[in-house]
Design a protein around this ligand. Sequence first.
Ligand code: SF4
Length: 683
Amino acid sequence: VRSQGIKRTKTVCTYCGVGCSFEVWTKGRHILKIEPTPEAPANGISTCVKGKFGWGHINSPDRLTRPLLRRDGVFVEVSWEEALEAVARGFGAVREKYGPDALGFIASSKCTNEEAYLMQKLARAVVGTNNVDNCSRYCQSPATQGLFRTVGYGGDSGSIADIAAADLVIIIGSNTAESHPVLATRVKRAQKLRGQKVIVADLRRHEMARRADLFLHPAPGTDFVWLAAVTKYIIDQGWEDKEFLAKRVKGWPEYVESLKDFTLTRAAAVTGISEVDLTRAAQMVHEAKRVCVLWAMGVTQHCGGSDTSTAISNLLLVTGNYGRPGTGAYPLRGHNNVQGTSDFGAMSAYYPGYERTEDPAVRRRYEVAWGVKLPEKPGLDNHEMVDAIHAGDLRAMYIIGEDMSLVDANANYVQQAFTKLDFMVVQDMFLSRTAEFADVVLPAAPSLEKEGTFTNTERRIQRLYRALEPLGESKPDWEIIQAVANRLGANWRYEHPGEIMAEAARLAPLFAGVRYDRLEGFRSLQWPVAEDGTDSPLLYTERFAFPDGQARLYPMQWVPPVTMPEEYDLHLNNGRLLEHFHEGNMTYQTEGLRHKVPGAFVEISRELAEERGIESGALVKLVSPFGEVVVRVLVTDRVRGRELYLPMNTATEAAVNYVTGSHTDRVTHTPAYKEIQVRMEVL
Ligand code: SF4
């Protein structure tokens, strides 16, 4: 192979939280083959269609290869020197006039852990603000919150491989077969080989729903209610794990009291799920020795996303389903590095390793290490930053790898905000919709062109190696962030991402033993990692992650989903497609994947099609109080009644966020993308 000029490089797929690793075979800039191997910890010899073929973006003619500077309203290509000078001038002027909190920083889950670490260091140590966040705010922060409340750590409680050991897998608000395909394959295999049982709760009858032993179809935004009712029924039958609760869990009386109104009768009335099915779900949980719950954005992207995630963890605690293989909580992360971007501190409220910025002892540790005085004022998250721009308080932004103007909810409001900024820098592979608002655009290199680590949904830190040189003058994000920091007065001298990880590991106890030599090749570590390199594939075997080692049952309080005026008579759901990734600007660069899903569509039910007299292919306008989008109809039996489904991956053609609103999860400000009503006009 080598004699033919073929290079084999280990990398990690960037497309979903499963975090498949494999070797990529390249010759020159051509990708010849993606080869998974048995050593790959999360996936073995599997990948899905995206990981195997979705690399057309690498050599795309749309790639940015030189920095762009806006002059007289148009972008012109400039040297790095000119671009960095403009960045320093722009940010410097805003900081001088309005102070450091007039700047906001957004990292992306396309960033490596090291890049997320540097982004928060730039914001805090160089500029002097805690206004830093990342796109996990858009998806999984509520799941993290639910786990923080109940068990202590915000990540998956076990490994992906453990899921095969479950007797019962409950999948809530997750189109697992399309969004986390290799993980879904493990469930399908365990169903076949071990008779593993599956309950799916979802608005759509997707592939896993069709394969489920029990499919629950709750009314939109009511998962909390059926979860509470099933848990109460289990307790009423005396089926709770009394020994586990007595030894390992606090808060029983208040929790049980909070459940008193969640009868099966009330739950059936609110959710539309029959009492028979609710009872059957409770019985299946009771009969299974090992139960795990997988959930995703169908749960989290609601005003009550944190509360429903908490309800899931409560159910697992009541039934003693933590700390053994095949049990536990699996909030499925979206991008591969949703987990790591937050882990390494690109969040307004946390330093790396989820230590709070308001804790003076933690702050002092970072001040000593970084040799600066750090900001005490709480920072703004993504959502608050947009409001702060409208209020005139936030005047400049640095956004990496996130097409925020299409992927944040209420896109019209976000785009209006960007027009009000004094100065904006976007760092991306492409001239995204967001980049069109920028003053300076910096060309970034994708995962195959850089080194670093990603952390997948099971807290597994894995190395990716450089398979190709960066295209043109593009650079890895960590190099660009360092260059920006140094222009703003820092003196950083990192020569390799391994040095950044070493610094993070010295400072954040969660990663104490993370070292690049321990991550060589296909080796990996699941946090927390002790100084001697011992990692934690399965959490909570002995203790929960609170100082006293006890888990907490969290009292339940339900707030119904938002309602809209009656004219908006259809519920609009959204999610992913197997073949595509997020706003689509990477995977739509691969011809084969583009042909699989050539254009945007909205799924509507047969009943609705009949009522409105339309067929597949009809053009419709979906209108909400926040905006409108034009899209073609696909009539399907995957959705029911007045519920619609618009995939989010065709954002450049028909972005669902032109109709979503600004309401958010009550605790974390994750947009309630799944709580939207529209009306449909046939064109
Ligand atoms: Fe694996 Fe997910 Fe990549 Fe598919 S998209 S190869 S399941 S990491």
